[in-house]
Design a protein around this ligand. Structure first.
Ligand code: G3H
Ligand code: 13P
Ligand code: ZN
Length: 315
């Protein structure tokens, strides 16, 4: 069942975080739904601009519709990840998305406000909610690359003004994370004081944490042992997900970790079975491993076990 992102946030706020997982293909979609059902967790399925262009946006939308039928017990929202204005309008027009993210964080404060406000007006007219971003994470997202020293944390006073002036429904704030598999190259960790300060000014307002993959070290070691070259890869401490959620972070974005599961499974499989050249045996291993990974993340996010309660809350 597809529900609104706001409905998920209302249930989760202050108690647990909803996992927001990116999908690109059918195997990821199957693993995601199975992992969320195995752990009885509501979730957000998110599609980036790159994912929409990888095969075709209609392909991903059709896969999600199909998964909704294959797994009628699943409860989830569909979200555009890191959209520009054109992608947001396209998703709003499609009527399929529960929410869109307008990422104008590379613009100056006034520019970000103006762009976000235009998207909020268009989205709200269609009953769709909007995530915006203020501050800059490090790493790569879509075609924009920001080095960690150029990234800057969200200013809480600006955040409160931004929320009031744009009317956005949730805010992605930069609190020290970065996208990709090489986080915290410098010294910094997570800046929960930024989350606390925003919550003081805007109590009850849902915040979003991007760049939240934990880059499990055993995964990295297995990838490297099977021919990979991910030396020094590092992520967020997954034991920080729940403390963040209790402070008002309702949505935690995890994409890179899924790519690591995919890489480990494929590297090991083809190393150990060089005679195989078939899609399906490896696809089956990946779907199982991805489902297990997703279920383990939902436990850490605290969303595991909340599926029935969320379903019951939907009139
Ligand atoms: O923040 C970016 C997400 O991890 C999506 O990555 O743009 O390569 O699909 P992508
Ligand atoms: P990771 O690269 O840490 O998985 O972050 C994903 C993300 O923020 C998607 O928007
Ligand atoms: Zn992101």
């Amino acid at each position: 069942m597809i529900i609104t992102t706001n409905q998920l946030f209302e249930q989760a706020y202050g108690k647990y975080a909803i996992g927001a997982y990116n999908i690109n293909n059918a195997e990821q979609t199957m693993g995601l739904f199975r992992g969320c059902l195995d752990s009885k967790a509501p979730f957000i399925i998110q599609i980036s601009k790159g994912a929409r262009n990888y095969t075709n946006k209609l392909m991903l939308e059709s896969m999600i519709r199909a998964a909704d039928q294959i797994f009628p017990d699943a409860v989830f929202a569909v979200h555009l990840d890191h959209g520009d204005e054109a992608a947001c309008y396209d998703c709003i027009k499609s009527g399929f998305y529960s929410s869109v993210m307008i990422d104008a964080s590379h613009e100056d404060f006034e520019g970000n406000i103006a762009t976000t406000k235009r998207v909020v007006d268009a989205a709200h007219a269609k009953g769709i909610s909007v995530e915006a971003e203020l501050g800059q994470l490090g790493g790569v997202e879509e075609d924009i690359q920001v080095s960690e020293d150029k990234a800057h944390l969200t200013d809480p006073i600006q955040a409160a003004e931004f929320i009031e002036r744009t009317g956005c429904d949730s805010l992605a704030c930069a609190i020290g994370t970065s996208h990709g598999a090489f986080k915290f190259a410098g010294s910094q960790g997570l800046h929960f004081e930024v989350v606390e300060a925003i919550q003081k000014l805007k109590p009850g307002y849902p915040l979003v944490m991007h760049g939240s993959s934990s880059v499990p070290q055993d995964e990295v070691e297995r990838i490297n042992a099977a021919g990979g070259a991910l030396k020094g890869a590092k992520g967020v401490d997954a034991n920080q997900y729940l403390p963040a959620a209790k402070l008002g972070v309702c949505k935690i974005n995890i994409d890179t970790d899924g790519r690591l599961v995919w890489t480990r499974v494929h590297r090991e499989f083809f190393r150990d079975k060089p005679e195989v050249f078939d899609f399906r045996p490896i696809g089956i291993v990946f779907m199982d491993e991805y489902a297990k990974f997703i279920a383990s993340r939902n436990v850490l996010l605290g969303s595991a076990g909340h599926l029935d309660e969320v379903r019951a809350s939907i009139k």
